[in-house]
Design a protein around this ligand. Structure first.
Ligand code: S3P
Length: 430
């Protein structure tokens, strides 16, 4: 059902403590890599996002038994993984499902087909098809886009130098490498999120990581129970909302702060945002902490470029909202892959924030924002099936006196079905 959400001005501060739902990237990997162990695993704090449910259904179609013990805890029994599926494997909107599972489907003794929704079917897949074919995979695609059909094949290890810093590409190759003859290595220009590497280590795979290079060999994984930490990408909407709405102060519990994901925290410190990282610990190889945030009146502009980009790639739409409120010119560059996300996020961020009266200019690989702009309401927003755009515009609209309409707000379910509930828990009139 289409939801055209009417935004509301937030006249009172956000206050309280929330726990953010599971990290989507880690949740996908817990089922995909967990099923490679062939054993029984309890996964605590699985994600209820539509994307992670797509992965769950695919893993079931490939032979796993999955039983929910409660809303967020599941028991995976992978003794029958992997068997020929009797249907196409539907990744929905999820690029992570399609690209990571390509690495699994490529080296099987059976045929399979990965399909996706309109948005996913437009996204580039050559980035995974090319290395998998070099490993010996037989893949048929729609001009390097989904649907992707895999014929049975035996894979051989390769040394692959990727020209993009993409965790999905790296993970696809590593997962294929786990099932290939010999050694497989991947080098990337900058280190992208390393959840796959950490989880493979957690399950005792033969994997070595030095700087931007990862080497893997065929290994038997050992089943172990796993706990998924909270999603820093989901937390980022609440962080920015708190920084924007006067007198707000909140704590977000159990947020994953893995170095390869926490670029937004570095940016916030540079901007002079009032934030504190509390109670750091490590859960199943992932760093996690509570984050305390307070409203901050004077924010400094920043340039965001180079190696930090993969560390905050998914947060750039909400960071753009924050940059409109910094005093001066901020620049985001080296982020051209943003055009290949659920939408062309460069174009969409720029066109939608312009509607709010922001001084923002599109460049090939990012945008330039001249702050501080007073954000205006009465906008009719298009989000082009993009959950992160919808949530970013919701946050920006908290400080506009007049309402706007966010068309297609139901797409938020892709990553964060309880987004509005978490907002109401902090006193937002959602
Ligand atoms: C993801 C990697 C990133 C990110 C996506 C999730 C992952 O994509 O944008 O939301 O879980 O590996 P790329 O690898 O294409 O940069």
């Amino acid at each position: 059902m289409t939801i055209n959400l009417v935004t509301k001005y937030q006249s009172t501060p956000l206050k309280g403590v929330i726990t953010i739902p599971a990290d989507k990237s880690i949740a996908h990997r817990s089922l995909i890599i967990g099923s490679l162990t062939g054993g029984k695993i309890k996964i605590s704090n699985y994600s209820s996002s539509a994307d992670c449910i797509s992965t769950l259904n695919i893993i079931k179609n490939l032979g796993a038994e999955i039983e929910f013990l409660d809303e967020k805890t599941l028991l995976l029994d992978a003794k029958n993984c992997f068997m020929a599926p009797n249907t196409s494997l539907d990744c929905g909107n999820s690029g992570t499902s399609m690209r990571l599972l390509s690495g699994i489907c490529a080296g099987q003794k059976f045929s399979s087909e990965l399909i996706g929704d309109i948005s996913l079917s437009r996204r580039p897949m050559a980035r995974v098809i090319k290395p998998l074919e070099l490993m010996g995979a037989k893949i048929f695609s729609n001009d390097n886009k989904a649907p992707l059909k895999f014929e049975p094949s035996n894979l051989c290890g390769i040394d692959y130098v990727s020209n993009i810093a993409s965790a999905q590409v790296k993970s696809c190759i590593l997962l294929a490498g786990l099932n290939a003859q010999g050694e497989t290595s991947v080098v990337e220009p900058y280190l992208s999120r390393n959840h796959t590497e950490l989880m493979l280590k957690f399950f005792n795979a033969d994997i070595k990581c030095v700087d931007n290079k990862t080497v893997i060999r065929k290994s038997n994984l050992e089943p172990k129970n796993l706990d998924v930490v909270g999603d820093i990408s989901s937390a980022s909407f609440f962080i920015v909302a708190t920084l924007l709405v006067p007198n707000s102060e909140i704590i977000i519990k159990n947020v994953g702060i893995n170095q390869t994901r926490s670029g937004i925290i570095d940016v916030l410190f540079k901007m002079g945002a009032n934030i504190e990282i509390l109670d750091k610990k490590n859960v199943c190889m992932e760093d996690v902490a509570d984050i305390k945030i307070k409203y901050t009146e004077n924010l400094k502009p920043v340039t965001i470029e180079g190696s930090i980009i993969p560390r905050l790639i998914d947060e750039l739409p909400i960071i753009a909202v924050l940059l409109t409120q910094a005093n001066g010119t901020s620049i985001v560059k080296d982020a051209s892959d943003l055009r290949n996300k659920e939408s062309d996020r460069i174009k969409l961020v720029v066109t939608q924030l312009k509607k709010m009266g922001c001084d923002i200019e599109e460049t090939n690989d990012g945008f330039i924002i001249n702050g501080k702009s007073e954000l205006k309401g009465e906008c009719d927003f298009e989000i082009a099936h993009d959950h992160r755009l919808a949530m970013s515009l919701f946050v920006a609209s908290l400080v506009t006196e007049k309402s706007s309409v966010i068309n297609g707000f139901e797409w938020v379910n892709t990553s964060f079905p309880t987004f509005l509930n978490c907002m109401s828990d902090l006193g937002v009139n959602a």
